[in-house]
Design a protein around this ligand. Structure first.
Ligand code: SF4
Length: 199
């Protein structure tokens, strides 16, 4: 049979095979078939695998998110497991304790899942939509840049800088996204530009 196996599939299959073979070696005859028939369905059977990047630090380890629920049938996807991506060149399947706890963080009741706004004079934050948040940030940036952009320094040299707004980018991203983010931010004249990896 011509069969292509990913490393993960191979490890899963060989794990099941070793269990059956070990029992067979103890003299249980047809034990291997019996084990295969009785074994409980694997935790990850019928899950959807989604590749992603750990959210935490600049190592940017590759992860695989396993979810159940078919979106095409209108079902809600639910994450049942997250593990390191064995095929990822950065971490080759490994995760540090923070990365290994990602599923708990995703499902944490205190996790922030939408933008929050504290209006002027208010003592509490209220949820707003992503569109409203983006509009608000864009408006504030435009107004501040228009008011404070510096085209020339005291000596009359062109500097084109914007010193009154800063930008904090995320490190858990691809090189391409980071490159595009850098270009966009620097094109506005912002100098105070840092990254989550240094916080
Ligand atoms: S698993 Fe750990 S080392 Fe890897 S990106 Fe996440 S926090 Fe960083």
């Amino acid at each position: 049979m011509n069969m292509e196996l990913s490393r993960r599939t191979f490890l899963r299959m060989s794990g099941a095979g070793i269990a059956g073979t070990a029992i067979g070696a103890l003299g249980f005859g047809e034990a291997e078939a019996a084990v295969a028939a009785a074994v409980k369905p694997f935790h990850l059977v019928n899950t959807t695998e989604t590749r992603n990047t750990c959210t935490y630090c600049s190592v940017a380890c590759g992860i695989i998110i396993y979810s159940k629920g078919d979106l095409r049938k209108g079902e809600k996807a639910d994450i049942v497991h997250i593990e390191g991506d064995a095929d990822h060149p950065t971490n080759r399947g490994t995760l540090c304790p923070k990365g290994a706890a990602l599923r708990d963080i995703v499902k944490s009741e205190s996790r922030l899942t939408q933008p929050m706004l504290r209006k002027a004079g208010s003592d509490r934050f209220e949820p707003i939509s992503w569109d409203a948040a983006l509009d608000k940030i864009a408006r504030a940036m435009k107004d501040d840049r228009d008011a404070n952009f510096v085209t020339k320094n005291a000596a009359g040299v062109s500097v084109n800088r914007w010193l009154t707004t800063g930008f904090l980018a995320a490190s858990a991203t691809t090189n391409e996204t980071a490159f595009a983010t850098y270009k966009v931010v620097r094109s506005t004249g912002i100098l105070a530009f840092d990254n989550q990896a240094r916080v």
